[in-house]
Design a protein around this ligand. Structure first.
Ligand SMILES: *[C@@H]1O[C@H](CO)[C@@H](O)[C@H](O)[C@H]1NC(C)=O
Ligand SMILES: *[C@@H]1O[C@H](CO)[C@@H](O)[C@H](O)[C@H]1NC(C)=O
Length: 205
């Protein structure tokens, strides 16, 4: 009896650790992945991303802006399961509903305040008003948004991702700015083609 219990405990623990090891990008079999076609050891420069220097001493943007450091901008992240984005929200701007298919997101409000939320697979909304210094987690793959409802002040946030390439699916664009047939959308949203075309025209261009 005791050994049976022991076996189930072991099984549970090993399943949990298997799950943990599967939570990020696939493991690589080398310390890091050097630049393609590169022989020998890359220098410290390869492991340094300077793209965020553009934030220093630059006026705040007038529209919502994301600056990314994923493996696309910073190739040394390939295989390391981490990445960053800096999110700049002028007063009254939104980061529209979107998902990251390959990563959870840990958002840290550095300046101002943000209304945030995500929707789980039962369509339940989890929302919060964050103030400077707060951290919020958006579970992997779920639809979420951030909104600076402050009419006067900007907001600045830093997001960390559990993937070197989290990917972004913007809900408005994926649905209304792809080439999904108008009739398919009209039927899906229980409306008419004219309404779909109106929504599409707001996003095209
Ligand atoms: C943002 O602030 C500016 C300057 O105070 C103001 O003119 C504008 O209406 C504000 N925008 C929103 C969406 O609140
Ligand atoms: C819609 O798609 C067009 C063409 O691909 C692109 O230029 C435009 O930026 C997209 N608009 C939005 C809001 O994503």
């Amino acid at each position: 009896m005791a050994s049976k219990l022991h076996f189930f405990l072991l099984l549970t623990v090993s399943c949990a650790s298997l799950h943990l090891s599967m939570a990020g990008d696939p493991d690589i079999l080398t310390d890091f992945i050097p630049p393609p076609g590169f022989f020998g050891a890359p220098s410290g420069n390869y492991f340094t991303f300077t793209g965020m220097r553009s934030l220093v001493g630059t006026p705040f943007p007038t529209t919502f802006k994301v600056l990314k450091a994923t493996m696309i901008e910073f190739p040394a992240l390939n295989g390391q399961s981490v990445s960053y984005s800096v999110l700049q929200f002028p007063n009254g701007t939104v980061n529209p509903p979107h998902t990251h298919p390959r990563a959870s997101e840990l958002l840290f409000v550095l300046m101002g305040s943000l209304q945030v939320g995500f929707v789980d697979t039962t369509n339940k909304l989890f929302t919060q008003t964050l103030q400077e210094g707060d951290i919020f987690v958006f579970p992997k793959g779920l639809v979420h948004f951030q909104f600076n409802g402050d009419a006067k002040n900007p907001a600045l946030a830093l997001s960390a991702f559990g993937s070197a390439n989290p990917g972004t699916v913007k809900v408005p664009s994926a649905v209304f700015n792809s080439t999904i047939d108008d009739q398919v959308l009209a039927l899906s949203f229980k409306t008419d083609v004219a309404t779909i075309q109106k929504l599409k025209s707001g996003l095209s261009g």
